[in-house]
Design a protein around this ligand. Structure first.
Ligand code: PRX
Length: 642
């Protein structure tokens, strides 16, 4: 890469970085291929995606590439049959990738386990057999409450293999959250672990499960499969709780793969919106598989020799798409790390890169900013010369962190792929490719086959340089198919805000070259360290406290986490009798939110107020609170329109 500006002028956005000649020569998608891809996608959107689908194996081909008869309930590849696990795993056992490493896992203590495709295949088959023996079949949900360990990948694939739908609940969520997801999904089987290690501590996950289960309804979670990870003493309740390893011992390493319709659900994943409850985004076998595989091969430029280090937990969409499915669909080797990224010190991630010779490092801006805070001496201690690509996702990276990442992790030698996408999109949508000219702080151009645009509230494209709503004007294969149990909400939230367009919920601008610059969310959704947190969810959690009458939550800028939450609370007068002072009450409220939602939702500050500002129609004026907090005038009047 050759910078055409100076490295030190950190805030000048005009700098561009051109790809090194070797990157261009070796890329899977060379400049002529990319030009052809844009041409084809432009001329014939469906032909472009059909070509991508033909890269994979199908048990029956589609009757049409897209059925848009019931838009926005688009059906990709109707009539086609497959199972994503056939392409991610089964297929490899008959080709040269059979004995290639699929998964390298490192525990926080430095312990390591490796699985070839063949070994992973056999382990998945055993669990698939065990799940079948427990009565799980096609269409049933299997809930996963798992830490980042190999069995997590096995459980996702085993569920998918037998046609069940996996519903992952990130291990940082609370017992209450898990209980609600179990009740929503009616999953009869829950797969979990005794615990895991993070930040030098042993986290007892099974204790959270035990707290969640008394409130579940009917046959939900009638079986709990427990992976022994830490070996700690846990309560095992017979006959409900079964150890994973005992269960698998009897099982055959062969199991049939259920052949699914392309549109059959593969997983649900919950994400925050503007209401008090997270929504369950549904992804399917066919379209999601095409999107995940195609973008991983083209954007991440995957080669047989690559070792991809994805820092995302498998429980997030990034973990699903580029930590599990994308890499396996393309026969890559992926690294999964269990623990805290700075444990025992700030060179942990560089040490992992060095130890396994990672070639691609996919991280988040928060991680980059954490590494930045500790300084370049940590990555400098490690040999990072194997790296050839860097990736970022989840929140705006910004020019300063971009430059640091590029210079100190990428040794000014690796393209930074800042990928914009969402739980709902299933796959990267706007991103540079390795051969792209890069602009620090920009997520690059829309990928071929992705009709992204920036528009005003009527759907009219805004001129270059002007802010507007980020939309996608044509369907794409890995798109969410609906919100589980809420077809109307799916249509309303995503397709009716701006007629005919998918509404992403982000504000962005596009420059003269067609590069997108993401400015943040357009709605009441916070992005704390790359995690989506709905202000309404946190407010509902606060209001569940017996001493809280009203609450409003706003996001404030933070140097490391990008954004943090501040709560404004109107309390019942009895709080004074119950707590020594406002600080003690605020600590209790912060702990309460943590109990309700889990450790990932951290409230930075709590302020007691007598009243909250509201519009004439009674809606809380969060924008006013935020503007006051930042010492700004409120733009656009009082926000009566809110
Ligand atoms: O606001 C955008 C931000 O993260 C949101 C999606 O969050 P989630 O569904 O949790 O998925 C995150 C991982 C795919 C988006 O609406 N976002 C995602 N990627 C970027 C980003 N903001 C800026 N730059 C990005 N590269």
């Amino acid at each position: 890469m050759t910078p055409t500006g100076t490295l030190d002028a950190l805030l000048v956005e005009e700098r561009v970085f051109r790809p090194a000649p070797a990157t261009v020569i070796e890329a899977n998608v060379k400049p002529a291929d990319l030009a052809e891809a844009y041409r084809l996608a432009e001329a014939d959107h469906l032909a472009y995606w059909e070509k991508a689908a033909l890269e994979l194996e199908w048990h029956r081909k589609w009757d049409a590439v897209l059925d848009d008869g019931k838009a926005p309930f688009y059906r990709w590849f109707p009539g086609a049959r497959t199972n994503i696990v056939h392409n991610a795993l089964d297929r490899h056992v008959h080709i040269w990738t059979k004995n290639k490493l699929a998964l390298i896992w490192e525990g926080e203590a430095g312990d390591c386990r490796k699985f070839t495709y063949f070994e992973l295949y056999r382990e998945v088959n055993r669990l698939a057999g065990a799940l079948r023996a427990l009565g799980v079949s096609r269409g049933d949900r299997v809930c996963l409450y798992m830490p980042p360990i190999p069995e997590t990948v096995v459980a996702m694939l085993a569920a998918a293999k037998i046609g069940a739908v996996h519903v992952f609940v990130f291990a940082g969520y609370s017992a209450k959250f898990l209980r609600e997801r179990l009740n929503d999904s009616k999953a009869r089987v829950l797969v979990t672990a005794d615990g895991f290690y993070r930040g030098g501590r042993c986290i007892n996950l099974k204790a959270v499960v035990d707290e969640a289960l008394p409130g579940v309804r009917g046959e939900t979670a009638e079986t709990v499969v427990v992976v022994r990870r830490t070996g700690d003493d846990i309560d095992m309740q017979e006959p409900r709780d079964l150890y994973y390893h005992d269960l698998l011992r009897q099982e055959s390493p062969e199991a049939a793969t259920e052949i699914m319709e392309a549109g059959d659900p593969l997983f649900w994943l919950h994400t925050s919106g503007t209401t008090g409850r997270p929504k369950a985004v549904v992804h399917n076998h066919g379209g999601y598989m095409v999107g995940a595989s195609h973008t991983f091969r083209t954007v991440f430029d995957i080669k047989p020799t690559d070792i991809h280090f994805c820092t995302a937990d498998p429980g997030w969409i990034t973990g699903h798409t580029y930590g599990v499915y994308g890499p396996l669909l393309t026969g890559a080797t992926v690294i999964l790390y269990e623990g805290h990224p700075l444990y025992p010190q700030a060179d942990r991630l560089p040490t992992i890169i060095e130890r396994y010779g990672a070639t691609i490092f996919y991280a988040t801006p928060t991680l980059v900013r954490m590494l930045m805070r500790y300084g370049p001496q940590y990555p400098k201690k490690r040999d990072l010369s194997t790296l050839r690509l860097l990736g970022s996702v989840g929140e705006p990276l910004g020019p300063e962190a971009w430059m640091w990442f590029y210079k100190h992790i990428g040794r000014s030698n690796c393209p930074v792929l800042d990928t914009w996408w969402q739980t709902e999109t299933g796959m990267a949508m706007i991103s540079p490719m390795p051969i792209s000219v890069l602009k620090p702080g920009s997520v690059g151009k829309a990928l071929p086959g992705i009709a992204a645009d920036v528009v005003d509230d009527k759907g009219q494209a805004v001129p270059p340089g002007q802010g507007g709503f980020l939309v996608v004007k044509k369907p794409w294969p890995a798109m969410l198919t609906t919100l589980e149990g809420d077809d109307a909400g799916y249509a309303r939230d995503y397709w009716e805000r701006i007629p005919g367009c998918y509404f992403a919920g982000d504000v962005a601008r596009r420059d003269e070259d067609g590069y997108f610059w993401i400015q943040g969310r357009a709605d009441d959704v916070l992005n704390i360290a790359g995690h989506r947190v709905g202000t309404a969810e946190v407010e509902a959690a606060l209001c569940a406290h017996r001493l809280v009458t009203e609450a409003a939550v706003v996001g404030l800028p933070d140097k490391i986490k990008g954004e943090v939450a501040k709560a404004f609370v109107v309390a019942a007068p009895e709080w004074r009798a119950a707590f020594a002072d406002a600080d003690a009450f605020a600590s209790e409220l912060r702990a309460h939110v943590r109990r309700e939602l889990g450790p990932i939702v951290v409230i930075k500050a709590v302020e007691l107020r007598d009243t909250l500002p509201r519009t004439r129609s009674g809606k809380i004026l969060r924008r006013k609170l935020r503007a006051e907090e930042l010492g700004q005038a409120l733009e656009g009047g009082t926000g009566e329109e809110e």
